[in-house]
Design a protein around this ligand. Structure first.
Ligand code: AMP
Ligand code: ZN
Length: 137
């Protein structure tokens, strides 16, 4: 627990939140500035800055929780789709430096656009990049 981290305090129940799910490792809360109705954040109770330092146990349980919550949202909020978003470091839009996974229900005509501009590639470039990444795995 990091005493200067607001999500540590929320995840561990020191600051109240609109909690939709809690177990020994995670708390799932509603985002204070929701992109759409039901926008939620999965917060590990343990402090990790982001994807680059999350531990294996937390990473392996994360999508079990996310998919559970996603199904509950589909059933109750009747959303038409869902975006799962997870930002790491400032360049990627991270503003709170405690790992969190966004679960954003999508509705027809919700006016949101959560996307990127597709680029282009050459097969040899892709091969070279794949080899580079693979070398560290
Ligand atoms: P990110 O930009 O991925 O770091 O996302 C941070 C998210 O946390 C934003 O969507 C904020 O609206 C949300 N947020 C910040 N403070 C709180 C809070 N106290 N309770 C709930 N959501 C929060
Ligand atoms: Zn924290």
């Amino acid at each position: 627990m990091d005493n200067n981290c607001i999500f540590c305090k929320i995840a561990n129940g020191e600051i109240p939140s609109s909690t939709v799910y809690e177990d020994e490792m995670f708390r799932v809360i509603l985002d204070l500035s929701p992109a759409t109705k039901g926008h939620a954040l999965v917060l590990p109770k343990q402090h990790f800055r982001n994807i680059f330092d999350i531990d294996e146990k937390t990473a392996s349980k994360l999508f079990v929780v996310a998919s559970k919550v996603a199904r509950a949202m589909k059933e109750t909020l009747k959303c038409d789709g869902m975006n799962i978003v997870q930002n790491n470091e400032e360049i990627a839009g991270q503003t709170v430096f405690h790992f969190h996974l966004h679960i954003i229900p999508r509705y027809t005509d919700d006016g949101q656009n959560i996307n990127w501009t597709p680029g282009s590639s050459k097969p040899e470039e892709l091969q070279q990049i794949a080899a580079q990444i693979k070398s560290a795995l």
